[in-house]
Design a protein around this ligand. Structure first.
Ligand code: FES
Length: 105
């Protein structure tokens, strides 16, 4: 599946991410800046915060209770905020667009 990451300054990165990886891992492996992922994907740092494009809200689902509580530590949280290490890439997510917050820039 292809995922488009849009940096805070508008720079777009469309990359192929292998199924089963997380959206966070897809960014790291493709050198997309703006996702720090300090905890390495353990849902314990909130530095992999992204905004999911509203068109993909249904496909990406809702954050777990653990993710919700971790999101409290992120800045500028919006209703479409997610921790990208908690979104698993599937074929349904082909074309997914996520925007990166300024605070991780
Ligand atoms: Fe730390 Fe996602 S990488 S919460």
């Amino acid at each position: 599946p292809k995922i488009t990451y849009i940096e805070h300054d508008g720079t777009e990165h469309t990359v192929e991410v292998k199924k089963g990886l997380s959206v966070m891992e897809g960014a790291i492996r493709n050198n997309v800046p703006g996702i720090d992922a300090d905890c390495g994907g353990a849902c314990a740092c909130a530095t992999c915060h992204v905004y999911v494009d509203p068109d993909f809200a249904a496909e990406t689902g809702r954050p777990s209770a653990m993710e919700e509580s971790m999101l409290d530590f992120a800045e500028n949280v919006e209703p479409n905020s997610r921790l990208s290490c908690q979104i698993r890439v599937t074929d349904d997510l082909d074309g997914l667009i996520v925007r990166l917050p300024q605070s991780q820039h």
